[in-house]
Design a protein around this ligand. Structure first.
Ligand code: NAD
Length: 489
C-alpha cells in the first residue's frame, strides 16, 4: 500500500470512530492549530523567508493574522454554525419539525499552492476541522521549506490520525487523487484544476476549485490617480506579484497613461526604496522556472518602469509595461509576477467589452469617483469578486464568499462559507403519526376539490421564525383543522 493510500485509510478510520463529530473535539483541534501558529512562528517565518523571501512582518500581515481571525471566528461561532437551521414551512408541514442539519462529509483532500502556502492550505483545513471532517493535507512541493515545516509541525499539534500531512509533487498528488475522498479542495492553476476535477469525477466526489486568471483593473480618467495608483501598486507588487487576486493588467484611456506611470513610479520608490532588490519588504520569484516564464512574457512589450532582473536571485524589479496590445505575450496567460501591463482603451464601454471577451476573472477592480461607472461595471461584467477603489481587501472579510466563477474556479470559502462548503446540508423533516386527516388531499382518488385544497396548503409559505406571524399561523392551523374536519374526512 502506498504512503498516500495509507494516509487516506488512516484518516477514514479516524473519521469512522466518530470523534470528530463532537463539537468539543473540533474546538480543541482548532485551538491547537492556533497554538501551533503562535508557538512556532519562528519556524514559519524562516520557511517563508527561504521560499519567497517574505519578511517577518509581511508573513504576519499577509498569512498569520488572517488564519488567526478565521480560527477565532470558527471557535466562537461553531455551536451556531453546526446547530439545526429552521426553515420556512408550508401549511401542509406546519405541525412538523423542518430543519437543515449540517453534517460532516467524511475525508477531505486539501491540495495547497505555494504563493501564500500557510493561508491557502490551513484556511480550508480550519473549515474542514470545524465541519467535523477528517482531512488529508497536501502542501505544495514548490514552497519546499514550508511543506517540510508543515509536515513536521501539524502532527505535533493536531490529531495526526485524523489530519495526516502528505508531502510530494505531481506523482504523489496524482496517486492521492486516485483515492476516494468525500470532497477535494484544490488551490492552484486552472489547467491542473481540470485534472483534479476529472480525477474527482471518477468517484463522483465534489470539488472546490480556487483558481486564478487575469484580474483586470480599470482606471477611470475622473478619479484621484495618486490614491488609485498607490492602492494598485500595493496590490500588484505585494509578494512580488504572486497573488491570485493581484491586478493583472491596467485598462485606461491613453490620455492618463503617462500620469498613471508617474504615480506608480513614485509609489514603488516610496514602498520599496530606489533599489527594491535590497528592500526586505520586496520578495522574490518562487523559482527559476517561473523566473524564465516571466522573462519570456515581457518579450515584445516596452518597459516603462523597472525591468531590472537577476536570475541568480530570482529577482525581477517592480515593472510597468506600456504599449501593450491585446495579442502581446504578456496578455496570453495569468502573469503571477511583478509585471504590470497597461492597455489603453477608448473609455468604459471598450474596457467592459475587453473584459467580457475574456475568461471570467477571480477579481475585477474599478477605480472611479463616479458611482455610475462603478454600478455599470457591476451590472455589465462577471467575476469572482468586484472591488471599487481598492485591491485585495475583500479577502479579509470572512462574511464575503471568496472564490471564482467560470475559469477562475468553483465553490467558495472563508468564515461560515468554508464550514458550509465542507458540510452536507442535510434536509430533515420530523412528522408525528397523528393528524392523518390533513394528508387526505394528497391520497388518491385525486379529485378536483382535493387539488384545490392542496394548492392552498402547498403554496402558502409559513415562516415560524418570525414571532409576529405566530398568531396568524395559529389561526391558519385552526382553519386547516376545521377544513379537514368539515370537508375532507
Ligand atoms: P502549485 O504548482 O503549487 O500547484 C498547486 C498544487 O497542485 C500543488 O500541491 C501541486 O503538487 C499540485 N499539482 C501540480 N501539478 C499537478 C498535476 N499535474 N497533477 C496533480 N497535482 C498537481 O501552484 P500553482 O498552480 O503554480 O499556483 C498558482 C496558481 O494558483 C495561480 O493561477 C493562482 O492564481 C492560483 N491561486 C489561487 C488562489 C485562490 O484562492 N483562488 C490562491 C493562490 C493561488
Amino acid at each position: 500500500m502506498s504512503r498516500q493510500q495509507q494516509a487516506v485509510e488512516q484518516a477514514r478510520k479516524a473519521f469512522q470512530t466518530g470523534r470528530s463529530k463532537e463539537l468539543a473535539y473540533r474546538i480543541n483541534q482548532l485551538k491547537n492549530l492556533r497554538r501551533l501558529l503562535s508557538e512556532k512562528q519562528a519556524d514559519i517565518v524562516d520557511a517563508l523567508k527561504n521560499d519567497l523571501y517574505k519578511s517577518e512582518n509581511g508573513t504576519q500581515l499577509y498569512e498569520m493574522i488572517g488564519l488567526e481571525g478565521e480560527i477565532n471566528l470558527a471557535v466562537d461561532r461553531l455551536a451556531e454554525w453546526a446547530a439545526p437551521r429552521p426553515v420556512e414551512k408550508n401549511l401542509l408541514t406546519i405541525a412538523d419539525e423542518v430543519f437543515i442539519q449540517p453534517e460532516p462529509l467524511g475525508v477531505v483532500l486539501i491540495i495547497g499552492a505555494w504563493n501564500y502556502p500557510w493561508a491557502v492550505t490551513l484556511q480550508p483545513l480550519i473549515g474542514a476541522i470545524a465541519a467535523g471532517n477528517a482531512a488529508v493535507v497536501k502542501p505544495s512541493e514548490v514552497s519546499a521549506h514550508t511543506a517540510k515545516v508543515m509536515e513536521e509541525l501539524l502532527p505535533l499539534y493536531l490529531d495526526k490520525e485524523m489530519y495526516p500531512v502528505v508531502t510530494g509533487g505531481v506523482p504523489e498528488t496524482q496517486e492521492l487523487l486516485l483515492q476516494r475522498f468525500d470532497h477535494v479542495f484544490y488551490t492552484g492553476n486552472s489547467t491542473v484544476g481540470k485534472l483534479v476535477m476529472e480525477a474527482a469525477a471518477r468517484h463522483l466526489t465534489p470539488v472546490t476549485l480556487e483558481l486564478g486568471g487575469k484580474s483586470p483593473c480599470y482606471i477611470d480618467k475622473d478619479c484621484d490617480l495618486s490614491i488609485a495608483c498607490r492602492r494598485i501598486t500595493w496590490g500588484k507588487y505585494v509578494n512580488c506579484g504572486q497573488t491570485c487576486i493581484a491586478p493583472d493588467y491596467i485598462l485606461c484611456e491613453p490620455s492618463i497613461q503617462d500620469r498613471v506611470i508617474d504615480e506608480i513610479t513614485k509609489c514603488i520608490k516610496e514602498f520599496y526604496t530606489d533599489d527594491p532588490k535590497t528592500c526586505t519588504d520586496y520578495g522574490r520569484i518562487i523559482n527559476q522556472r517561473h523566473f524564465k516564464r516571466l522573462m519570456a512574457l515581457m518579450e515584445g512589450s516596452s518597459v516603462a518602469v523597472g525591468g531590472d532582473t537577476d536570475e541568480s536571485q530570482c529577482y525581477i524589479a517592480p515593472t510597468v509595461l506600456k504599449g501593450v496590445m491585446a495579442n502581446s505575450k504578456v496578455m496570453q496567460e495569468e502573469i503571477f509576477g511583478p509585471l504590470l501591463p497597461i492597455i489603453t482603451v477608448d473609455g468604459m464601454e471598450e474596457a467592459i467589452s475587453f473584459i467580457n471577451q475574456r475568461e471570467k476573472p477571480l477579481a475585477l477592480y474599478v477605480f472611479s469617483s463616479n458611482n455610475k461607472v462603478i454600478r455599470q461595471m457591476i451590472s455589465e461584467t462577471s467575476s469572482g469578486a468586484l472591488l471599487a477603489n481598492d485591491c485585495l481587501v475583500h479577502y479579509t472579510i470572512s462574511d464575503l464568499p471568496f472564490g471564482g466563477v467560470g475559469n477562475s474556479g468553483m465553490g467558495c470559502y472563508h468564515g461560515k462559507y468554508t464550514f458550509d462548503q465542507l458540510s452536507h446540508l442535510r434536509s430533515c423533516l420530523i412528522k408525528k403519526l397523528n393528524m392523518e386527516g390533513v394528508n387526505q388531499m394528497r391520497y388518491p382518488p385525486h379529485t378536483t376539490k382535493k387539488l384545490q385544497w392542496a394548492r392552498l396548503f402547498l403554496l402558502k409559505q409559513v415562516n415560524l421564525g418570525r414571532l409576529r406571524k405566530v398568531a396568524k399561523v395559529a389561526m391558519l392551523a385552526v382553519l386547516a383543522a376545521f377544513i379537514v374536519q368539515r370537508f375532507l374526512r
